[in-house]
Unconditional design. Structure first.
Ligand SMILES: Nc1ncnc2c1ncn2[C@@H]1O[C@H](COP(=O)(O)OP(=O)(O)O)[C@@H](O)[C@H]1O
Ligand SMILES: [Mg+2]
Length: 257
C-alpha cells in the first residue's frame, strides 16, 4: 500500500436492520491531511467514523493503517493505532477540571514510601495540561475550574488536549461546531489548524460548508451510504459540493452499482 496514506478503508458496508447505512465506501486519509466529510443527514458519515474508531464493527470491508491491514474491533484497538474520536457530546466529566479530564484513565501517579495506594500527581497533571493547551493556542484563566463552566470552544480544546496526550495520529471530529456560535466555532477551526501544524491528520464532519472550506485540504461526499465524490478543496466550490451532497451530480468513478 502507498505510504502517503495514514489510513485506507476499502469497500466498507454496514447495515442496521432494514437500513443499509454504508454500501461499499472507500475512504482514505493522508499523513497530516485535514479531510472534510460531508453529506446530508443519514448519509452515513457518523457510521463510517464509528467504524474507524472501533465503536461499530463493519459488515464487510478492510481497513489499512500505515501500510498494514488493521484489525479494529474495539475503541481500544482504534486508539492503539493512533486514532482518537472527539464525539459531539465530548464525553467530558463536567464536574471535573481540565487536568482531570485530560488525564482521565491515564492519571499520573507516584508512590510514597510504604504507601501502597498511588497518589495522583496533581501538579504534574496541571503542568502538562497547561502545556498541551498552549500547543493548541489556548490558555484557560483557571485550570482548576470545572469544565462545565468553560465555553464550548474551551471544552473542545480540553477534549483535543486529551488526544494530544494520547499522541494521536488521526483525530476524528464529528460535528464539533454544531452547537457553537460564530466566534466559538472559529476557535474550533483554529484547533484543527493547530493539529495539522503538528502533523496530525484530521477528519472533520460538519454541515457548515464555509467551515469545511476554511480548514480542509480535501472533501469527501457521502450520499445515501455511498461515496459520490471527492474534491481537493482549492479546486472546487461550495456550489459544486452542494450539488454532490443533494444529488445533482455524482463523480463517474463512483457511479457503479
Ligand atoms: N445504531 C443505529 N441503529 C439503527 N440505524 C442507525 C444506527 N446508526 C445509524 N443508523 C442509520 O444509518 C443511517 C446513517 O446514519 P449516520 O451514519 O448517523 O448518518 P450521518 O452521520 O451522515 O447523518 C441513517 O439512516 C441512520 O438512521
Ligand atoms: Mg452524524
Amino acid at each position: 500500500m502507498d505510504n502517503e496514506f495514514f489510513l485506507l478503508a476499502r469497500d466498507i458496508h454496514k447495515r442496521f436492520g432494514a437500513v443499509q447505512a454504508l454500501r461499499g465506501v472507500d475512504f482514505e486519509v493522508r499523513y497530516g491531511e485535514v479531510v472534510g466529510l460531508v453529506g446530508d443527514n443519514g448519509a452515513g458519515k457518523s457510521t463510517l467514523m464509528k467504524i474507524l474508531a472501533g465503536a461499530l464493527p463493519p459488515d464487510r470491508g478492510e481497513i489499512w493503517i500505515e501500510g498494514k491491514r488493521a484489525n479494529i474491533s474495539s475503541p481500544h484497538d482504534s486508539r492503539r493505532y493512533g486514532i482518537e474520536m472527539v464525539y459531539q457530546d465530548l464525553a467530558l466529566a463536567g464536574n471535573l477540571d481540565a487536568p482531570a479530564n485530560v488525564f482521565m484513565g491515564r492519571e499520573k501517579t507516584h508512590r510514597f514510601w510504604k504507601l501502597t495506594t498511588p497518589v495522583l500527581h496533581r501538579r504534574e497533571m496541571e503542568k502538562v495540561t497547561g502545556e498541551l493547551l498552549l500547543r493548541l493556542g489556548v490558555q484557560l484563566p483557571n485550570l482548576r475550574q470545572r469544565v462545565r463552566y468553560l465555553s464550548g470552544g474551551q471544552r473542545q480544546a480540553v477534549a483535543i488536549a486529551r488526544t494530544l496526550l494520547a499522541q494521536a495520529k488521526l483525530v476524528i471530529m464529528d460535528e464539533p461546531t454544531a452547537a457553537l456560535g460564530v466566534s466559538e466555532a472559529e476557535r474550533v477551526l483554529d484547533l484543527i489548524r493547530r493539529l495539522k501544524e503538528e502533523g496530525i491528520s484530521v477528519v472533520f464532519i460538519t454541515h457548515r460548508l464555509p467551515h469545511i472550506f476554511a480548514v480542509c485540504d480535501r472533501i469527501v461526499v457521502l450520499r445515501a451510504g455511498k461515496r459520490v465524490g471527492e474534491r481537493t478543496t482549492c479546486e472546487t466550490t461550495m456550489e459544486e459540493i452542494t450539488q454532490l451532497i443533494v444529488g445533482g451530480k455524482t463523480d463517474v468513478k463512483y457511479e457503479r452499482e
